[in-house]
Design a protein around this ligand. Structure first.
Ligand SMILES: C[S@@+](CC[C@H](N)C(=O)[O-])C[C@H]1O[C@@H](n2cnc3c(N)ncnc32)[C@H](O)[C@@H]1O
Length: 340
């Protein structure tokens, strides 16, 4: 079941606060602004790198990481829900940044003991190491500074979990296709691909699912291993998180009005999970959008193995209606509307 909030764990938030306390605030503000403009630019795909220097990676940590944590957390929680007894031990995080997805995976699977993080920027590797030490993370992490376009290591090591979060959109289509194939070869359990919940992110994720689906089970968000694609519908999800104080401050100073920046945010994301494990649970459907409250009924958009259906739950069936009210965007639903 989708969490109401997926916020950074306190030790990690504290570690980031400690890093930020050593930086020059006005420089951080400028870099955060620049980063924000790059992320919202129309020609987003043309930016080969968002980071020019150490300060811009610190700005990423303060401005973006709380949201990317929420995206990875929500996605990994979906895996856990479908294979609840599975206790993975190893994880490979490709394009790890400071190790955001490793933090999220460790929260959901305390069984994880070893992580490998591949990242091209030295500054993100050193920030990741500093956070892991300050937050006293128990997972042992090996950091590889590497350009993933040149291939990930060719030895036979495989990992229970392989995750690529918010990375494919920074690669050319050819490089992304090559990477996902290599990533699947490194996977013994699940390959998790996460992208921002934009139409472009959805296309990237759908293409990956289509290409890799034959080599594994499409565990989620699809139902019963059945790929769904509709060019008129972009599949995405939503996960709220509480903004840490440092992020709220940055958001505040970016605002043109003096109205207070919100203390929470809705991170939109899209994902696919290709699994070499058999699912323990095969849901009937998954809620793929906000629930509409209509006069006398609720309307829930649900992805089933047959496509998207809008399920109506009548108010007069009180028990069913009350149960359906608790369904959240992203949740699996059992026949035909009860949240699991
Ligand atoms: C938007 S960040 C996402 C970081 C992290 N996965 C997260 O979700 O917070 C994209 C990351 O991919 C890394 N990346 C992009 N292209 C890469 C490449 N060719 N080789 C290695 N890392 C790369 C970037 O340096 C950056 O840290």
């Amino acid at each position: 079941m989708t969490q109401t909030f997926a916020s950074l764990p306190q030790p990690i938030e504290n570690a980031i606060v400690s890093i930020l306390s050593e930086r020059d605030t006005s420089e951080l503000d400028t870099k955060a602004h620049e980063l924000h403009n790059k992320y919202t630019a129309q020609d987003k795909g043309n930016h080969k790198s968002y980071f020019q220097d150490f300060e811009s990676t610190v700005a990423y940590l303060a401005l973006r990481v709380p949201a990317t944590y929420a995206q990875s957390y929500a996605t990994i929680a979906n895996v856990h829900e479908l294979v609840p007894s599975w206790q993975p031990k190893t994880i490979l995080d490709i394009g790890s940044g400071p190790g955001t997805a490793i933090w999220a995976a460790s929260e959901i699977w305390p069984s994880l003991t070893d992580a490998t993080a591949i990242e091209q920027h030295n500054s993100l590797v050193s920030l990741g190491k500093q956070i892991a030490t300050t937050a006293e993370l128990s997972i042992a992490t090996t950091w590889l500074r590497q350009d993933i376009r040149e291939g990930i290591d060719e030895d036979d090591t495989t990992y229970d979990v392989v995750i690529i979060a918010n990375v494919l959109n920074e690669l050319s289509t050819t490089a992304a296709d090559k990477l996902i194939g290599q990533a699947l070869n490194k996977t013994s359990g699940v390959l998790v691909i996460v992208e921002p919940g934009t139409p472009a992110g959805s296309v990237i994720v759908q293409n990956a699912a289509k290409k890799l689906g034959k080599a594994g089970n499409l565990l989620a968000p699809y139902i019963n291993n059945t790929f769904f694609n509709d060019d008129n519908y972009y599949l995405h999800f939503s996960q709220k998180f509480i903004r840490p104080e440092f992020q709220r401050r940055l958001r505040q100073q970016m605002r043109e009005s003096s109205l207070m920046a919100s203390d929470w945010e809705d991170a939109k994301y899209t994902y696919t999970i290709i699994s070499k494990l058999a699912p323990e649970i095969t849901p009937w459907g998954r809620c793929v959008g906000p629930i509409q409250v209509q006069k006398g009924f609720l309307e829930i958009p649900v992805l089933t193995k047959d496509g998207i259906e809008k399920i109506k739950v009548m108010k007069r069936y009180r028990e069913q209606y009350n149960s359906a009210k608790n369904v959240k965007w992203g949740d699996v639903v059992s026949l035909p509307y009860e949240p699991q």
